[in-house]
Design a protein around this ligand. Structure first.
Ligand code: PLP
Length: 393
């Protein structure tokens, strides 16, 4: 059977490819250290698990309204008011099967064939594919390493055409951990307002910021920017709930309604049990969220110092998320490889350390390393990387 052009045009996820290769080596009995993880290594806080269990016992095991339970939407409105100082009505909220699905439905709802979407490099792997699936055309602007991988308002201006429909901002960023300041967002926002560009603000790593840094949503800057923005967020990273599949989008009522219609024909509703768990997550204390954040921060500080001491690697210090995105071009050259992709493959083969090549994020000179794994494992992995480089130079 011939596959559709749509399916054939998709690039496989580089994150998943390396995870699969590492898993295969592990199954053969090798001592593999995987630094590819895109999820917290903590379990979901127990009060949330209890709430899911209670919900099931109480019979909440049926369909819900497409777009989510009203109570959960109200909780999300409260969260946005408390954390961002933003006022939304439940009709401006959709609960989805993860932030990934919020983004998917959003692009399906607003992109027409040939519409351009500005995607800053380095980007999260799913953005270009989701835009293409909606018939859109990704237009890339490069967040330069010397500017902490952040793009500027001038770069955005230079990429605009009559077909530009939207821009994606991901702060803190996967894979770089960089965080846009209020001033930077205000400048970018000004351009978006002048040219009527929809802002897709992916804030999934909002709670994971370090060194006293503050997360700012572009929607907080002005009422006009709030109207121009759809915020996407969820519980996966903040509450260690990746497997529960709960995310949300907040924005213009008309867009949210269109997304809800779309979801009613695809997922029907996000898992009912997970929605009850999410109500408990938003209602409950945030001690666990803070405990996980501070554990990540402690790891970051220890791991970063060790990483930058390794010859051939340089790294911008991240301000958020749980990834490091070092430049490994020199390391690859020093050790006789033509590309960082080849260097990553050899590192896995010879030292059994799995990193994610930056090429999948649009940055072929870099590699992504997640510190959402135990400190001992990361330090051991860095020791192996150091040994690999020393042996080959
Ligand atoms: N956005 C970014 C930047 C991510 O890194 C991820 C997960 O890796 C997501 C969105 C999706 O999160 P979820 O679908 O688990 O809510």
């Amino acid at each position: 059977m011939k596959l559709s052009k749509r399916a054939e045009s998709l690039s496989p996820s580089s994150t998943l490819a390396i995870t699969a290769k590492a898993a295969a080596l592990k199954a053969e009995g090798h001592d593999v250290i995987g630094l590819g993880a895109g999820e917290p290594d903590f379990n979901t806080p127990s009060h949330i698990i209890e709430a899911a269990y209670e919900a099931m016992k109480a019979g909440h095991t049926k369909y819900t309204a497409s777009g989510g339970l009203l109570q959960l939407k109200k909780n999300i409105c409260e969260k946005l008011a408390k954390d961002q100082g933003l006022s939304y009505d439940p009709s401006e909220i959709i609960v989805s099967t993860g932030a990934k699905h919020s983004l998917y439905s959003l692009f399906q709802a607003v992109i027409d064939e040939g519409d351009e979407v500005i995607i800053p490099i380095p980007y999260w792997v799913s953005y270009p594919e989701q835009v293409k699936l909606a018939g859109g055309v990704p237009v890339y602007i490069e967040g330069k390493e010397e500017n902490d991988f952040k793009f500027t308002a001038d770069q955005l201006k230079g990429a605009l055409t009559s077909k530009t429909k939207a821009i994606i901002i991901n702060s803190p960023s996967n894979p770089t951990g960089s965080l846009y300041s209020r001033d930077e967002l205000a400048e970018i926002g000004k351009v978006c307002l002048e040219h009527n560009i929809l802002i897709v603000s992916d804030e999934i790593y909002e709670k994971l910021v370090y060194g006293g840094a503050e997360h700012v949503s572009i929607a907080q800057i002005s009422e006009e920017l709030k109207k121009q923005t759809v915020i996407v967020n969820g519980l996966s990273k903040s509450h260690a709930m990746t497997g529960w599949r709960i995310g949300f989008a907040a924005g213009d009522k008309k867009i949210i309604k269109a997304m809800t219609n779309l979801d009613s024909h695809s997922t029907s509703n996000p898992t009912t049990i997970s929605q009850y768990a999410a109500i408990a997550a938003y209602d409950g204390p945030e001690d666990d969220v803070e405990m996980m954040r501070s554990a990540f921060e402690e790891r970051l500080d220890k791991v970063y110092d060790k990483l930058v001491s390794i010859p051939g690697l340089s790294c911008v210090k991240p301000k958020g998320a749980f990834y490091l995105f070092p430049n490994a071009k020199d390391a690859a050259e020093m050790t006789g490889f033509h590309s960082v992709d080849d260097w990553v493959a050899a590192l896995l083969e010879e030292e059994k350390v799995a990193l994610v090549p930056g090429s999948g994020f649009g940055s072929p000179d870099n590699v992504r390393l997640s510190y959402a794994t135990s400190l001992d494992s990361i330090l051991e992995a860095l020791g192996r990387i150091e040994r690999f480089i020393a042996r080959r130079t």
